[in-house]
Write a protein that binds this ligand. Structure first.
Ligand code: TYD
Ligand code: MG
Length: 460
């Protein structure tokens, strides 16, 4: 007779308690602890993830990094750090309907066309739905093994029998171990299944792509715990009503985490965007106050984005509104304070709204000067100097500090037809001057040391 057990699990952090509590002592969340019934406690014993440990010389261990393989989707490879490492578990999260299933089906078809042995497990759609989706994607027909199943045991059986190189699981919340209980997607289920899949991945060198839905708090449903268990976490994001989608790496044990991949959702599936700067700038208003263009670095790739600011009088007294999307709120507050103190602008009685166009998030301080000049431009209701890129970090005394990888940023600007760039004086050195000879033929480089200097240049 299997022993039943009732546990109380926090659905944010996975903390387990023996009685219900309104407040989770681990993650301090309120009302996050739920009751879960485990039908058979013995099923909880997940196998240890590796063979019994043996002592080895580090130099003698073979690295599987060299065996990276491509998914056939360049943007996905880039986000993974240059392809898939065998034996890793990759979690792809995102809101419902954003295109996770489409992305991974495309990747699966891409891999299958390179003769990669792959199983696509679908727990959410029927086989005919997967077929319809595959037909919609205008990709060459290839043979792909699809399994519509939600019971973990039967999925593991198929994997052990076929021993594929790659398995796609759509989605982790739809799969369950029925010996644990009958609710798929509960914290205990999600955690146990991920642990078992990780074990399979490591012991058989199988790569798993796992789809996970995102809860309204923005974490991958079930506990954050899941993110600790896997090797790589990717988020697929985008505005529901716009066609472009951004794939972002949140965690990667085998590559950088600042890379993004950019796609558009078309009627025939996801298309890779070859020239993202053009996509983000194509609807830019000409000669409007409050708009500036900044060359940012997204991982290894330069990207031109538009920053818009709107400054309006705050009529009702009280604290003025300060809203920013796509950038750090605190950073924006610092820039506003510097404008006020060092450039003498009166902003304390203004509402300020800042937006990075196109759903991109700018985390690097190199965009500071662009943000500041957008705000100044909106306040004065005067457009900035035309065809001008702006780059530079702002310090608290109003100085403009040098940024990294200036040449790549300038080249991207040149490619997109800009004729002038405002750069920090600190970036102009002997090395820079000799490296950028051919850029300077077509791009006027204006160097500034302070915010006030920059303001004088952009408002002629
Ligand atoms: P889907 O991959 O099912 O999203 P998820 O798995 O993240 O829930 O994609 C859902 C949306 O994408 C759906 O609203 C229809 C749209 N779509 C297209 O626009 N073109 C296509 O070729 C496909 C397959 C889907
Ligand atoms: Mg789906």
């Amino acid at each position: 007779m299997p022993r039943e057990k009732v546990v109380f699990v926090c659905n944010v952090c996975g903390y387990e308690a023996y009685k219900w509590m309104g407040h989770c002592p681990e993650c301090q969340g309120w009302n996050t602890i739920m009751e879960e019934r485990i039908k058979n406690v013995n099923a909880l014993k997940t196998p240890s993830p590796r063979e019994p440990g043996e002592l080895k010389e580090l130099n003698e261990i073979k690295s599987s990094l060299e065996e990276r393989f491509s998914t056939g989707i360049e943007e996905l490879d880039r986000v993974l750090g240059g392809g898939v490492v065998p034996g890793t578990v990759i979690l792809v999260g995102g809101d419902p309907g954003i295109g996770k299933s489409t992305l991974l089906l495309q990747a699966a078809l891409g891999l299958a066309s390179q003769d990669c042995d792959l199983i696509y497990v679908t727990g959410e759609e029927s086989l005919s739905q997967v077929k319809m989706r595959a037909d919609r994607l205008s990709l060459p027909q290839v043979s792909l093994k699809v399994l519509a199943e939600t019971e973990y045991g039967r999925i593991a059986e198929q994997i052990e029998k076929n021993n594929p190189q790659v398995v796609v699981v759509d989605s982790i919340q739809a799969i369950m171990k029925s010996e644990l209980g009958n609710v798929p997607g509960s914290v205990v289920q999600v955690r146990e299944i991920t642990a078992s899949l990780t074990h399979l991945a490591k012991s058989r060198q199988i790569t798993f792509f796992i789809i996970g839905h995102v809860t309204k708090e923005g974490a991958i449903a079930g506990p954050r715990l899941l993110e600790h268990m896997v090797d790589c976490v990717l988020y697929f994001e985008g505005e529901r009503y716009q066609s472009f989608r951004i794939l972002r790496s949140i965690k990667n044990r085998f590559g950088p985490t600042n890379e993004i991949g950019i796609f558009t959702m078309e009627s025939s599936g996801l298309q890779e965007v070859q020239n993202p700067s053009a996509l983000f700038l194509n609807q830019r208003p000409q000669n409007m106050p409050g708009s500036s263009v900044v060359p940012t670095m997204e991982g290894t790739r330069p990207l031109l984005v538009e920053i818009q600011a709107l400054v309006t009088p705050s009529y009702f007294g009280g604290t003025p509104r300060r809203t920013s999307t796509g950038l750090d709120h605190n950073r924006a507050a610092i820039i506003i304070a510097v404008l006020e103190k060092r450039a003498g602008m009166q902003l304390f009685n203004c509402d300020i709204f800042i937006n990075v166009v196109g759903g991109v998030k700018i985390m690097e301080p190199a965009a500071d000067l662009g943000i500041a000049l957008s705000i100044a431009s909106s306040l004065r209701d005067k457009p900035l100097l035309e065809q001008t890129l702006i780059v530079g970090e702002i310090g608290l005394t109003g100085e403009v500090r040098p940024v990294s990888r200036i040449e790549e940023r300038l080249r991207e600007g040149l490619k997109m037809g800009f004729s002038r760039c405002i750069v920090p004086q600190g970036n102009i050195s002997g090395n820079f001057l000799s490296n950028t000879k051919e850029i300077k033929k077509d791009l006027e480089i204006v160097s500034v040391a302070t915010l006030t200097q920059a303001l004088n240049i952009v408002f002629p």
